[in-house]
Design a protein around this ligand. Structure first.
Ligand code: GCU
Length: 658
């Protein structure tokens, strides 16, 4: 791969020209106001504006006005012919407002109506699945496709933290305000981050703080036991409670604005309260109790299921597990517990229904977890812009028309994404995967934002320096490669919501039966007659019944189930006719041929942008398109051959299947 200096991502200097050419005045006090002042200073130095204009003479006034009604992170922009004024009730609002002005560029300085912006969700978080040590199987960043960790190196926090500061700046500029610095699977040395190694976390927190990002830590539920301090981790044991209280007190003594703990308990081998016959509420409330007096929060993950299932056992359905475990606990969690739920019931597949857990706990704060790192969506070797999928999730109404959207339901909990960055010069391995990080932050700020517009916004900022040659050709090329890329990926991978079919372990590339006879509960049940998982109430696992109406009914019946989720909810014959008018097997053939053709076309579009995009970026993406195409062909041929051999039904168009 080609190497470059650290990429400025969506904040190339050029994007700050609008601010940097003005006479600017910054008023207010506090760390985040100082950050804005420094940003303005740098921009003005670069572009010839002045950063010390007085109130009367400036064309851009940025000020904190105590008592304003924008809330802790909102801001108001007033644009008259003479001056643009940004006001915020608090420093964090000024920071977000500053980046808003950067984002809209020259439009910030044209007269227009006053606008007030506030984030819809108070918590907009990234979870890093980073290990301090390099894990023998998972590497340093679990499911990471962008090099090593930004935070940890050679078994400790990095000495040079400047890149973390640059990262914090990128995150703040798209609205993110919280971050967990280590993997949810907390191994031995990471367990000590909570105790004697917390100073390393504090050093990272110091780099994130000036950009308004609160630091969180993933903790091991059995820490008191594993660290040798106690002989139990029972959440109802008084000694255990005292241990966690003391641990939290030490944490807050060093990091007073510490955000809280992320916990994966009784999940995929991580310890939890079940070992003591206690519930997840007991476990979460133990940690919540320790954090409460400091204002901290517990992010308790709902990703709990039996990963040692017998594939012969058709009564256990992994999709049901989170709801079965957590819905009965509604009302039992402390106020500072957030239940963190993956957006779908399985595991970040290219297509899943929205998790029924999200609407099922009205008395619990719920956050939705997305996966920006592309574990199952091409591992940052394939272009797969996920904003359209995330928008669908956030717009879903668990109670149907008239009920609240997922975006509204998580207002008290927030939105979380598993991060997709590493120490790669482009941050995300695939340069176009930056769009996922950016659009995630922007959707967390406003879940109703239009996904394609966010992708365009990302492209406009990122490619600002390249928009001089033939901007319209560049814009339309970028739209062509990004907008439909999720749909394209879906076409050439597992069909109609059935999921998986990936190579076991690393999850890259096709293996139709890779997980079919495994313990992981991720089966498709294809035989010579048909395929899919019967999750109906009437004849299947009953999962469809975990939804409220109308969805319980919509998904229950083959006739009303949407095509794209048909095989998630039903086992049907290959000849079953979809709403689209095609049979299931013909749909499989057609989408797999189309998916590859779409990758071929996208690769050509990208190639034709060579004269418009900086060589390092162009080359990296062009190289990755070769791999995407190779892999897409592999998917097409394995899937199509598999279903031709199983079903014996030839392709209606007589194309080559092996
Ligand atoms: C997936 C992923 C794991 C991860 C887990 C989780 O199963 O493959 O690497 O630990 O999700 O979300 O906890």
């Amino acid at each position: 791969m080609t190497t470059v200096e650290t990429d400025p991502a969506w904040l190339p200097d050029e994007a700050l020209r609008g601010v940097g050419t003005r006479r600017v005045c910054v008023r207010g006090e506090g760390l985040l106001v100082d950050t804005v002042r420094a940003e303005v200073g740098r921009a003005c130095h670069k572009f010839g504006g002045s950063d010390d204009a007085d109130d009367a003479a400036c064309d851009l006034l940025l000020k904190v006005v105590a008592g304003g009604d924008e809330g802790p992170e909102g801001f108001t922009v007033t644009r008259t012919a003479r001056r643009t004024t940004l006001t915020a009730a608090a420093p964090a609002g000024l920071l977000h407002g500053f980046f808003h002005l950067v984002r809209i560029g020259e439009a910030a300085f044209t007269q227009g109506p006053d606008e007030t912006h506030r984030p819809a969700l108070a918590l907009r978080m990234l979870d890093h699945w980073d290990n301090v040590d390099v894990h023998p199987v998972m590497g340093q960043v679990e499911r990471g496709y962008a090099g090593g960790s930004l935070f940890w190196r050679d078994g400790r926090a990095r000495g040079d933290l400047s890149r973390i500061r640059a990262y914090a700046r990128l995150l703040a500029s798209c609205g993110i305000n919280a971050l967990a610095v280590n993997n949810v699977n907390v191994h031995a040395s990471e367990t000590r981050l909570l105790t004697e190694r917390f100073t390393e976390v504090a050093a990272i927190a110091a780099e994130l703080r000036p950009y308004g990002i609160r630091t969180h830590l993933s903790v091991n539920f059995a820490a008191p036991l594993l660290l040798g301090d106690l002989d139990t981790a029972d959440p109802l044991d008084e000694g255990v409670r005292a241990w966690w209280r003391e641990a939290a007190d030490r944490v807050y003594a060093l990091v007073p604005d510490f955000g809280g703990f992320v916990v994966k308990a009784d999940s995929e081998g991580q310890p939890g309260p079940f070992a003591y016959g206690r519930s997840h509420a007991d476990g979460a409330n133990l940690l919540a109790g320790a954090l409460a007096r400091h204002g901290g929060t517990v992010h308790w993950r709902a990703f709990v299921y039996d990963h040692r299932q017998d594939w012969r056992d058709r009564s256990t359905d992994r999709a049901r597990a989170a709801y079965d475990h957590f819905a009965p606990l509604d009302g039992q969690f402390a106020d500072n517990v957030i239940l963190q739920v993956k957006h779908g019931p399985m595991d970040f597949q290219v297509r899943e229904p929205v998790s029924p857990v999200i609407g099922a706990l009205p008395r619990t704060r719920v956050a939705v977890e997305l996966q920006a790192t592309q574990e199952y969506t091409g591992q940052q070797r394939h272009v797969c812009a996920l904003a359209p999928m995330w928008s669908e999730v956030l717009a879903f109404r668990p109670e149907g028309e008239g009920g609240p959207t997922v975006g509204q339901l998580v207002a008290g909990g927030g939105l979380v994404a598993v991060a997709n960055v590493g120490d790669d010069p482009f941050w995300t391995g695939h340069p176009l995967a930056q769009a996922n990080l950016y659009s995630y932050g922007r959707l967390a700020w406003d879940p109703t934002a239009d996904a394609d517009q966010l992708l365009d916004e990302w492209a406009e900022l990122t490619f600002t320096p390249d928009l001089t040659g033939d901007p319209e050709r560049l814009r339309s090329g970028l739209r062509a490669v990004l907008h439909g890329s999720w749909a394209t990926y879906e076409k050439y991978t597992a069909p109609l919501g059935v999921g998986f079919m990936v190579q076991p372990g690393h999850h890259y590339g096709p293996s139709v039966d890779g997980y079919e006879y495994s313990t992981w509960g991720t089966y498709h049940f294809a035989d010579r007659d048909g395929i899919g998982v019967d999750r109906s109430r009437a004849t299947g696992t009953g999962y469809a019944g975990q939804y409220a109406k109308p969805w319980a009914d919509t998904y229950e019946r083959v006739e009303s189930c949407p095509d794209e989720l048909l095989l998630f909810f039903h086992h049907v014959p290959y000849g079953h006719v979809l709403h689209s008018g095609k049979t299931v097997v013909q749909h499989i053939y057609d989408t797999h041929f189309e998916g590859v053709e779409e990758v071929e076309a996208a690769r050509e579009v990208w190639a034709a942008l060579a004269d418009l995009v900086s060589p390092a970026r162009h080359t990296r993406v062009a190289e990755l398109y070769e791999e995407q195409l190779r892999c897409a062909r592999e998917w097409r041929d394995q899937i199509n051959s598999y279903f031709l051999r199983k079903s014996g039904v030839p392709d209606a168009h007589g194309r080559r299947i092996y």
